[in-house]
Design a protein around this ligand. Structure first.
Ligand code: PEP
Ligand code: MN
Length: 286
């Protein structure tokens, strides 16, 4: 199939892969994960710790995010850490912990897969598979995830163009799996005061080019917990179909990304203000 060239503004010329192209479908794709629908009128909030650390941490945090209005729990068990000396996650034990706690709190969960060898096990237990920024161009992993028939949360590579991001999603769709959610999580720029530059331009652009739902991660997109509420509201105002945010019951004790994790009070307050922003843009929070 020939690529469709996107060229409706002055400088932008980028090919849109055929299956992810908005023109390939008559309307937006709805992605269903654990009974939760992404890509409709309702904005979905995914929240939870960066990493699954232990039973108490996950259970307490799951209770807090569920009570605050999140529809899905996040938490990494296979963690892609920049340093091999940092906490690497609980692996399969963490997946089983997520499953148990997700059932107790009646909240479905998403968790990361880093390697093709993890896909079968994680797909058996999780409601949605996450492919992280560092693996956005891990083509065997994209194919394996596509073959799993599970919904996939695909995060933008930290140095990926929008075209490369869409091509990564195309790998999954080309396996016959159209249940893909695109997640903008910030890109690397010259700016050192923030962990990543949250590219909110990507939200309207991706929705313009593709039929897939688009969500935003303001936690990795800023790297500062105090900035997360502002950028979360901005993402909703920009048309995001959902947010994925790091929340920890005790951010000061987190083994991973505590500095960008919301505490329980911040999360509750943010949810209240997000509902108002959603309403102002004609949508609502699920
Ligand atoms: C995460 O969501 O836990 C994560 C590692 O994010 P990213 O892949 O965007 O860095
Ligand atoms: Mn993290």
């Amino acid at each position: 199939m020939a690529a469709d060239f996107y060229n409706d503004s002055l400088n932008a010329r980028c090919s849109i892969p055929p299956l992810v192209n908005r023109k390939a479908k008559s309307g937006p794709t709805k992605v269903s994960a654990g009974g939760i629908s992404f890509g409709g009128d309702e904005i979905v909030i995914i929240a939870g710790p960066c990493a699954v650390e232990n039973h108490e941490q996950l259970s307490e945090t799951a209770g807090i995010v569920k009570a605050g209005g999140a529809s899905m729990l996040r938490g990494g068990a296979f963690k892609p850490r920049s340093s091999p000396y940092n906490f690497q996650g609980l692996g399969q034990e963490g997946i089983l912990m997520l499953k148990e706690i997700s059932r107790i709190h009646a909240i479905p969960f998403v968790t990361e897969v880093m390697d093709t060898r993890q896909v079968e096990f994680v797909a058996q237990h999780a409601d949605m598979l996450q492919i992280g920024s560092r693996n956005m161009q891990n083509y065997p992993l994209l194919k394996e995830a596509g073959m799993s028939r599970k919904p996939i949360l695909l995060k933008r590579g930290m140095m990926a163009t929008i075209e490369e991001f869409l091509l990564a999603a195309e790998y999954i769709l080309s396996q016959g799996n159209d249940q893909v959610i695109l997640c903008e999580r910030g890109i690397r720029t010259f700016e050192p005061t923030i962990r990543n530059t949250l590219d909110l331009n990507a939200v309207p652009m991706l929705k313009h080019m593709s039929h897939l739902p688009v969500i935003v991660d303001p936690s990795h997109g800023t790297g500062h917990s105090w900035m997360v509420p502002t950028m979360a509201r901005a993402a909703v105002a920009a048309g995001a179909d959902g947010l994925i945010m790091e929340v920890h019951y005790k951010p000061g004790e987190a083994l991973c990304d505590g500095y960008q994790s919301l505490d329980p009070d911040d999360f509750r307050q943010l949810m209240t203000s997000l509902r108002k922003v959603a309403e102002a843009t004609g949508r609502k929070i699920l």
